[in-house]
Ligand binder design. Structure first.
Ligand SMILES: [Cu+2]
Length: 119
């Protein structure tokens, strides 16, 4: 009788753990996978690019929007990304066709850095 109870409890724990893991995996997949080619927005807020580390599928258009009341730019050292100075509420878009890691910064405030990873 005791053995049977133990089996039932162990089984319930395994099922519960599997259910939690399954839900976690689902949440993780949803958070980690951005829309395939849908528009993705990066907010510039309080001297930060958000999200600062963005992963998108090749072909995705990323739009930066400046929510600060000072101008910012979106640039890479090699000029692959080169926005003009964005004033408040200005937007800049770029479509990423080539896979790779694009590390960018604000040329006015070079400590503002972020990246787009294109898969
Ligand atoms: Cu800036």
């Amino acid at each position: 009788m005791k053995k049977t109870m133990l089996k039932v409890v162990v089984c319930a724990v395994v099922v519960a753990a599997g259910w939690v893991a399954g839900n976690r995996a689902h949440l993780f997949a949803a958070a980690a996978a951005p829309a395939a080619n849908g528009p993705v927005e990066v907010k510039i807020d309080n001297f930060n690019f958000m999200p600062g580390d963005l992963t998108v599928a090749a072909g995705t258009t990323v739009t930066w929007v400046n929510h600060d009341d000072v101008p910012h730019t979106v640039r890479t050292i090699d000029g692959t990304i080169k926005s003009k100075a964005l004033d408040t509420d200005d937007k800049f878009s770029m479509t990423f066709d080539k896979p790779g890691t694009y590390e960018y910064f604000c040329s006015i405030h070079p400590k503002m850095t972020a990246k787009v990873v294109v898969k």
